[in-house]
Write a protein that binds this ligand. Sequence first.
Ligand code: 5GP
Length: 187
Amino acid sequence: MTGKIIIISAPSGCGKSTIISAIMAKGDLDLQFSVSATSRSPREGEIDGVHYYFLTEQTFRQHIEKGNFVEYEEVYPGRFYGTLASEIERITSSGHNVILDIDVKGAMNVKRIYGDKALTLFITPPSVDVLRQRLESRATDSADAINERVNKAEYELSFAPRFDRTVVNDNLDIAVKETHDIIREFI
Ligand code: 5GP
C-alpha cells in the first residue's frame, strides 16, 4: 500500500507551521514531513536534512538538470525551493503519508502530477486586514517588509479557489482541528 500526499500552502503569517507542527505532534495520522531542498542559507536553529536540505545554488541547479525535482520554484528572488522526487518516493513507498509545506505554485504542480493521490489544502487569514494587523503586532518587520508580505499574500490568496480545501485560521485550536479532520477524512 502506498501513502498519500498532503500539500499545505498559506501566505506567510497565517500560522501554517504552527498548524502543521500541532497535527504532526498528535501522531495519529502516520504523517511524515517532506524535507525540501533550498538554496537559501539556514536560519538559526535550522538543521540540514531536518528543516531543509541546504544546497548551494550550483548543486540545486544540478538537481534541476538531472530531473530530480517533482517541482521547484524561485519563491523569493534568488532563493530556490524544490521537492525532491526521492523524498516523496521514500515516504509513500513505505506506506506512510507525506505532508508538504510548499508555495502555491508548487502545490498546483504537485497536484497536477499526483491527482487523486494528493490533497491540496490552503490556510487563509480571516482577511487581509487581519493578516496586516498580525504582522504589525509581531513587530519583527519594517513597514516596507510588511507591505511586501501583504502584497504577496494577496497574490497567494488568489490561488485559494484552486485548492481542494481551505481552512480559515481565525482561532488556532479550531484551525488545527479542522485541518486534522480534513486530512483524516482524505487518508
Ligand atoms: P522559508 O524560507 O520561510 O522556510 O519558506 C518560504 C516559502 O517557501 C514558504 O512559503 C514555503 O512553503 C515555500 N517552500 C518551502 N519548500 C518548498 C518547496 O519544496 N517547493 C516550493 N514550491 N515551495 C517551498
